[in-house]
Design a protein around this ligand. Structure first.
Ligand SMILES: O=C(COP(=O)(O)O)N(O)CCCOP(=O)(O)O
Ligand SMILES: [Zn+2]
Length: 311
């Protein structure tokens, strides 16, 4: 069934596991993610960024939002696993309202680059509107970027746990993304992978609410090797190692944003197939390997996060 993200995350919070939030921009990634969720009997959070809404709507975000709601509901309404649709990194009021109007389960208001009081004011505005429409809300505190040698790197601002407690009390958001040293993309760490577990522990103790990890892709070596075998150059790529990811779940992360790992799996499969099948031009054929690899990465992650058989 199509459900509210909050229902999925409240259960995960109570039972101390995490649910992956997979980003999509098209049909093929959605098909592969849903197949993984069915195989693992796992709840799924499908999420789209504002860029995805523009991409699918050919420049019109409301059309993009409505297209994604229809696609996701078509799958969700016919399956036993709970599936939610979330707007990821909502920054533009028009896009956030478009997602709410179109029927998204939840929206993120990302005002983390604003001073605290402004982040609170903006977030309160969105919470009031979203909650009136039965939509749950995610917000972010601190800024995504890496940690190098135990020092937060220049652009990163790690979450302040006391601020987090004040923030959630003031805003009444449903789930919170505390920045603890991850960053988006495939190049998260120059040296050793390090996250600030102490801050995470404190935020959980102080807020007790479902928490979100952004920039949580692991950069799956198997896929990097296949892709590089067929012409990709992913040199220097490094993600969040599985053991570190598992530790964040143990410490209270319940929603794990995953985009890069799916992108790399898809392009590895695409490169492999195209190189080996020079005569093929049927998209139902040449995207098959790509979808299979995405499904594999999805299934492995659902298992790792502990949401398998929790549907
Ligand atoms: O946290 C993540 C993904 O992290 P990852 O890169 O580690 O997968 N996300 O919120 C995904 C952000 C995708 O935005 P865009 O469509 O503009 O590229
Ligand atoms: Zn993110």
């Amino acid at each position: 069934p199509y459900v509210n993200t909050k229902d999925i995350l409240e259960k995960a919070n109570k039972e101390y596991y995490a649910v992956a939030a997979f980003n999509i921009n098209n049909l093929e990634f959605l098909q592969a993610i849903v197949e993984g969720g069915i195989e693992k009997k796992s709840p799924l959070i499908i999420e789209t960024s504002e860029g995805a809404m523009k991409y699918a709507g050919m420049g019109d975000p409301l059309r993009g939002a409505s297209l994604f709601v229809k696609m996701v509901r078509e799958f969700a309404d016919s399956l036993d696993i709970p599936i939610a649709l979330h707007l990821d990194h909502g920054k533009n009021f028009k896009y956030i309202i478009s997602a709410i109007k179109a029927g998204y389960s939840s929206v993120m208001i990302d005002a983390s680059d604003k001073p605290l009081e402004e982040n609170i004011k903006t977030t309160k505005d969105i919470v009031r509107i979203a909650h009136a429409a039965g939509v749950s809300v995610e917000a972010e505190l601190g800024k995504l970027a890496g940690i190098e040698d135990n020092v937060a790197s220049a652009e990163s601002v790690l979450v302040n746990p006391d601020e987090a407690k004040y923030f959630v009390e003031e805003t009444q958001v449903d789930f919170l993304a505390p920045a603890i040293g991850t960053s988006h993309g495939a190049f998260k760490f120059k040296g050793e992978a390090k996250l600030d577990f102490d801050r995470l522990k404190k935020v959980k103790e102080l807020t007790k609410m479902p928490l979100v990890l952004h920039g949580a892709s692991s950069v799956v070596q198997e896929m990097v090797e296949i892709a590089e075998n067929y012409g990709a150059d992913f040199g220097g790529s490094k993600g969040v190692p599985s053991d570190i990811l598992k530790e964040t779940v143990r410490l209270g992360i319940n929603k794990v944003n995953t985009d890069t790992d799916l992108r790399m799996a898809f392009v590895a499969g695409l490169r492999e197939f195209l190189q080996n099948n020079p005569k093929e031009f049927d998209p139902r054929k040449y995207m098959e390997t790509a979808k299979t690899y995405v499904k594999k990465v999805v299934s492995d992650r659902l298992e790792l996060l502990g949401s398998a058989n929790k549907a």
